[in-house]
Design a protein around this ligand. Sequence first.
Ligand SMILES: [Zn+2]
Ligand SMILES: [Zn+2]
Length: 350
Amino acid sequence: MNKQNSDSKLYFYPGAIHIHSKFSDGTGDIFKISRAAKKAGLFWIIVTDHNCIDIEEGIYNDVFVIKGEEISPETENHYIALDIDSAILPSDSPHEYVEAVRSHGGFGFAAHPDEAEKRKNKAKPLRWTDKSVDVDGIEIWNWFSDWADNYDESNIFTLAKAYFLCHKLIKGPHAETLKWWDELNLKRENIVPAIGGADAHALRVTKYIIPLKVFPYSLCFKTLTNVITLQKPLSKDFDEVKRTVLDSIRHGNNLIINRKYSKTSQFPLFQAVNESMAVNAGGEIELSENSYLHIKLPQKADIKILKDGMPFYSENSKKIILKLDRRGKYRFEAYFKNNPWIFSNPIKVK
Ligand SMILES: [Zn+2]
Ligand SMILES: [Zn+2]
């Protein structure tokens, strides 16, 4: 193991993806949203309004605000489209708009693909209906969908629980979503990236989701976060930061963390190292005599390491160093006191 590599300085930048503003069915303008993001300790956010990309990107309240779009047909197949300059219209064929995003130089993620069909509330699930569509990546976990899948509006007590104990309703990514993601990663040479979506609306009433007033931006931004790990600090220049953030997301250089269970400003480390280099999530590294996987968490948790989608190693620990002797794509999940906490993108050992 090369000590120098595993100890070299790293920089962690938490941000949020999948946010709705006044330009669609959110209630906040960019000033309000960025203020909430700043307060929650986020460095960057990506606003993704339904079928529009009108937000003026830039630096607001010290937060880098990047524009994206949630391509949103009425009833299904929502697609988070990033790195595009103009809105792409939804159609009945997700093949069409997934391809359109690519031909505009962008990339995208199937949004909340497996929302529960059986719910104890009237909110209609919005699912991804055709998993043969060649998506670039998957939103494997969506905080708001997770909550909406699990809240019970049958009486005043269950409703009160849904709002006041909202974090208790969060169950983590759907097994079928993780299965789809792992299968794509098995099939494709490159890493198929995943994101966690806040799906923040600070919602009042909408035809898209549930007819209730729900969680403010400040609460959403303290839940599902995407943390990018970099080897040098972010610059102050908006265009440079935008490029770095989008490239990081495109390549899966983010860990998806429910910050409800991160009590400190410490961030998890996920690396593979060999004699000559160290890579973070989304990276590729050659297998050698001295290849190791490193996981270091801010606190003890149940860590499950998966190789090519199959359980590979698990331990209740704060720190794991594992010698690698097989090629494959490795990712990990961490559960804090049985609560879903961290989902990493894979590292490819080749
Ligand atoms: Zn959606
Ligand atoms: Zn949304």
